[in-house]
Design a binder for this molecule. Structure first.
Ligand code: NAD
Length: 301
C-alpha cells in the first residue's frame, strides 16, 4: 500500500511531484487542498514547512513515522514527544548553505559600501566613501557548513585573509581548509569584519556583546546570518553609537521581523534583512527535495 503523506503548507512543486511517484500526497493549499482534521490522523509522513507539531498534534497522528522538516530548526516540533513515540524528525542542513553564505557576503558588501544608506535615498557621495573587501581580514565565529563556504568566497573572490574560531573544529582542519585558527579575542581584535555562524544555544547567546565589541576595530563590520540572540542587540547599538564598531549587517534578530521602530533600523551603518538568507529559488527547491528524500528513505521500503 502506498504511504500517505501530509504537506500542510506549500513547498516546491518538484518535491510534491517526486513524492507523488510513490506515495499518496495530501496538501493543505490550493484547489486540491485536503481538510487537515481528516487527513492528518491517517498520515505516515509529514513534510513540515512552517506549521507547528506540538505533542497534542503528534498525539492525533497515531500512524505517523516521520516528520521531515523543511529547513534546519526543529523548534516547531516537540522532538522529545516524537522520540517517545518512535517518530523520526529529520532536517535539511545542507540545502541552503550556498544561499546563506552568499547572503552573508551580500550583507558585508552592502555595509562596507553604504549600499543600505544609498538605497534609502542618501545621495551625498562624500558621505558614502566605503572600503574594499580585497585584502582585508574576515573573522568567522563558528566554522561549520555555512562559514566554510563564506570563507571560500571571501578567499577566492576577494583575496581576503580568513580567521576562524570554533572550539569543535581542530586547528589542523581549519588550516587544511585554507583559513587560520584563532582564539576568539585575537580574532575580534584582528578582523575588519566579523561574521557569526553558530547555532543559538545557551553557550552562544550573547556571544558577541559589549566586551567583544570593545575588542574590535572601530571600522569593523559585524554580520549575523545565524540566529537572533547570538549578537546582543542592545550592546551592538551602544557599540555603534560609541564608534567601537563600524557597521552591521543583520539577517536575524531577537524578534522577527525586527520591529519597525527598533533602534538598529533606519541607521546608515546597519543593513537589516528579514531572515531571507536561505530564501532563494534554488535553495527552496533543494530544501524541499532533501525533505522528500528523507520521507522516501523512511517510508518507501
Ligand atoms: P553547522 O552546524 O554546520 O556549524 C555550526 C558551527 O558552530 C559548528 O562547527 C560548531 O562547532 C560551532 N559552534 C558552536 N558553538 C560555538 C561557539 N560557542 N563558538 C564558536 N563556534 C561554535 O551550522 P551551519 O549549517 O553552518 O549554520 C550556522 C547557523 O546559520 C545556524 O545558526 C543556522 O541556524 C543558521 N542558518 C540561518 C539561515 C538564514 O536563513 N539566515 C539559514 C540556514 C541556517
Amino acid at each position: 500500500m502506498r504511504p500517505l503523506i501530509w504537506i500542510p503548507r506549500e513547498v516546491h512543486p518538484d518535491a510534491v511531484a517526486e513524492l507523488e511517484t510513490w506515495a499518496d500526497v495530501h496538501r493543505g493549499w490550493g484547489e486540491a487542498a485536503s481538510a487537515e482534521v481528516e487527513i492528518a490522523p491517517l498520515a505516515q509522513g509529514v513534510l513540515l514547512r512552517t506549521a507547528r507539531m506540538d505533542a497534542a498534534q503528534l498525539a492525533r497522528m497515531p500512524r505517523l513515522r516521520i516528520v521531515a522538516r523543511h529547513g534546519v530548526g526543529t523548534d516547531t516540533v516537540d522532538t522529545a514527544f516524537a522520540r517517545e513515540r518512535g517518530i523520526r524528525v529529520t532536517t535539511t542542513p545542507h540545502a541552503n548553505v550556498l544561499s546563506v553564505a552568499e547572503h552573508t557576503i551580500a550583507l558585508l558588501m552592502a555595509v562596507r559600501r553604504g549600499i543600505g544608506a544609498a538605497a534609502a535615498g542618501r545621495a551625498d557621495r562624500d558621505a558614502l566613501i566605503g572600503g574594499e573587501l580585497s585584502g582585508s581580514t574576515l573573522g568567522l565565529i563558528g566554522y561549520g557548513r555555512i562559514a566554510r563556504h563564506v570563507a571560500r568566497i571571501a578567499r577566492g573572490g576577494f583575496g581576503m585573509h580568513v580567521l576562524a574560531f570554533d572550539p569543535a573544529v581542530p586547528d589542523d582542519d581549519i588550516r587544511a581548509d585554507g583559513s587560520e585558527p584563532h582564539a576568539l579575542d585575537d580574532l575580534l581584535a584582528g578582523a575588519d569584519a566579523v561574521s557569526v555562524h553558530v547555532p543559538l544555544l545557551p553557550t552562544t547567546r550573547g556571544l558577541l556583546g559589549a566586551a567583544q565589541f570593545r575588542l574590535m576595530r572601530p571600522h569593523a563590520v559585524v554580520v549575523n546570518t545565524s540566529r537572533g540572540g547570538v549578537v546582543d542587540e542592545e550592546a551592538l547599538v551602544a557599540a555603534l553609537d560609541a564608534g567601537q564598531v563600524g557597521g552591521a549587517g543583520l539577517d536575524v534578530s531577537d524578534v522577527e521581523p525586527m520591529p519597525v521602530d527598533h533602534p538598529l533600523r533606519n541607521r546608515p551603518d546597519v543593513v537589516v534583512t528579514p531572515h531571507i538568507g536561505g530564501q532563494t529559488r534554488e535553495a527552496m527547491r533543494r530544501v524541499a527535495m532533501e525533505a522528500a528524500a528523507s520521507l522516501r528513505a523512511e517510508l518507501a521500503r
